[in-house]
Design a protein around this ligand. Structure first.
Ligand code: 13P
Length: 331
């Protein structure tokens, strides 16, 4: 069910764009947009990128206000690392099914079963869960984060089981325990669809987000020779945009939320990018409409509030995440 958005009659035309820019300038606000946002939101933003890149920009920005066009945990993360800035999300109802897949009480109980384990939480979690976490990670630095932990320590990795399986494969780590959560959009991109599309386009690159259930199918296709192994790339959204700029492929099959296709096509207009599942769209992401962005700037809504004690508990895990992994594009 789609909830009604704000200012629904707003059309993202030139008048809208200049009003958004004028209000942002007037308020010394920076507009950040995740790679999954609607094309018009990506295009009006000051910065568009993946979760890690946007968190880094939020930390370093000199703006007084951050308008975070993304889902709620992303804006909440910005508030944790930039507590003195005002952080707005154009529609606070934009949640994340993955972040909802573990509660702080569940994490506490899990930790009690593994005393001494290091907790690594995907940034797609609530602030309260981050407060019970040793190091957060995003899809672009999860492997580096887990590799940074001494090999004799147990690791509790939550909440995404597919990202966890990818990290376990890449690090070869046996003492890693993985929570069974998933993103409903990525879990819906299945191996059968991927196999059928790859068979029809044997020379295409496969760009697979590590949250996808089909990542193992992609590796299987490479193993059995249906696609050549160097064409299978398991990457964050930001790394996919980088890879688009350097690949020699003429076509690329993309397994992630379809909003990313806009950035990919901008990065490499000569390449034919096709979604593995064209219906892989997140209704929460798409709540950040042109009207909602305009309302946010006009009415100062929706303000992201994180109670100070919760933010203080969560900050260390987020700061450790920011320190690990290579900044890209000068970010
Ligand atoms: P990245 O921004 O790290 O690619 O991941 C996006 C995300 O949150 C997927 O659910």
């Amino acid at each position: 069910m789609t909830l009604p958005s704000f200012y629904e009659d707003v059309v993202p035309d030139e008048a809208w764009a200049s009003e958004v820019k004028r209000l942002a300038r007037e308020q010394n606000a920076v507009i950040l947009a995740h790679n999954y946002q609607l094309p018009e939101i990506q295009d009006i933003a000051d910065h568009t990128g993946d979760t890690l890149a946007l968190s880094r920009i939020a930390t370093n920005s000199s703006a007084d206000k951050i308008i975070f066009c993304g889902v709620h945990f992303m804006a909440e993360t910005a508030k944790i690392i930039a507590p003195h800035k005002s952080v707005l999300i154009p529609d606070a109802r934009a949640g994340c099914s993955l972040a909802d897949s573990i509660t702080v009480d569940e994490l506490r109980e899990w930790k009690s079963e593994y005393p001494g384990a290091v907790v690594v939480s995907y940034v797609n979690t609530t602030a309260a869960v981050k407060g019970e976490t040793d190091i957060c990670c995003t899809s672009s630095n999860a492997v580096d984060v887990v590799a940074s932990i001494p090999s004799d320590r147990d690791v509790l990795f939550c909440p995404d089981q597919f990202l966890g399986a990818h990290v376990k494969r890449e690090t070869g780590r046996q003492n890693m325990h993985i929570w069974a959560g998933e993103c409903h959009v990525h879990a819906g991109i299945n191996g059968a669809e991927l196999s059928a599309r790859a068979a029809a386009k044997p020379d295409a690159d496969l760009f697979i987000h590590p949250e996808c259930g089909c990542a193992t199918s992609a590796l299987y296709l490479a193993g059995e020779g249906t696609v050549s192994p160097e064409r299978v790339k398991i990457l964050s959204t930001g790394d996919m945009v980088q890879a688009a700029r350097s690949t020699s492929a003429e076509s690329v099959l993309v397994a992630t939320e379809v909003g990313l296709l806009h950035q990919l096509r901008k990065a490499a207009p000569e390449i034919d990018f096709q979604a593995v599942n064209p219906h892989a769209t997140c209704r929460y992401v798409k709540m950040i409409s042109p009207g909602a962005l305009l309302r946010s700037l006009r009415e100062g809504k929706d303000e992201v509030i994180v109670p100070q004690d919760v933010a203080d508990r969560a900050r260390n895990a987020v700061e450790r995440m920011l320190a690990i992994g290579r900044p890209k594009d000068g970010v």
